[in-house]
Design a protein around this ligand. Structure first.
Ligand SMILES: [Fe+2]
Length: 202
């Protein structure tokens, strides 16, 4: 039985180390995401979340301390992958609204990944009877959910805007096509007339 509790405590520490690394990766990635966003609301959402993330790092340090454990991180490959994909998206040449939509979606992937990590860690803390740690993790979980909701709202607006723009661009193209095709139908007619005149003369 004692071995089982030790195992759970070890698992908890590993989850914390993973989350610690994930948050530190985000402290580096969020300024880049904010810089790449062209929409001001999206940019400030990332900047605000950077501050929130710094607080989350501190909360994790607090939990490590309460367990008399050194705050250390183990590489979180999951977050690394999501951040790398996000960086690729930021480098792709797209229209402003579409680029912002893609960055917002990438941000939501980050939040969902973190939400699952914090939910798992909080459940373990509850199981270990570590009420304070569970509360701290719950607080971070609440912040991640809030960030996700905010990004979802921004994303919805951006998609509506890019949808409207592509419809407008579509009708512009249709108008231009109609105009040029009218021009084109007149040309061949004249050409046809001149050809028939030439051929009748010969
Ligand atoms: Fe976070």
């Amino acid at each position: 039985m004692a071995k089982q509790v030790g195992g759970l405590r070890q698992l908890f520490l590993e989850e914390l180390q993973d989350l610690f690394d994930a948050e530190k990766q985000l402290v580096r990635a969020l300024p880049k995401m904010a810089k790449s966003a062209t929409d001001t609301e999206l940019e400030s959402a990332f900047r605000e979340h950077l501050e929130v993330t710094r607080g989350q790092v501190e909360r994790l340090e607090q939990i490590f301390e309460s367990m008399d454990s050194r705050a250390r991180s183990t590489p979180c490959r999951g977050m690394k992958g999501i951040v790398e994909e996000g960086a690729e998206i930021m480098g792709e040449g797209r229209g402003e609204r579409l680029l912002d939509s893609a960055i917002a979606a990438s941000g939501r992937k980050v939040e969902h990944y973190e939400m699952m990590g914090y939910e798992a860690a909080r459940s373990i803390a509850q199981q270990l009877g570590m009420r304070e740690a569970a509360q701290l993790l719950q607080e971070t979980l609440r912040e991640e959910m809030q960030a996700d909701r905010q990004l979802a709202q921004i994303s919805k607006r951006l998609l509506k805007e890019s949808g409207r723009r592509s419809m407008e661009a579509g009708s512009e193209t249709r108008r231009a096509t109609r105009k040029s095709s009218r021009g084109r139908t007149t040309q061949p007619k004249r050409a046809a007339r001149s050809t028939s005149r030439t051929s009748s003369r010969s």
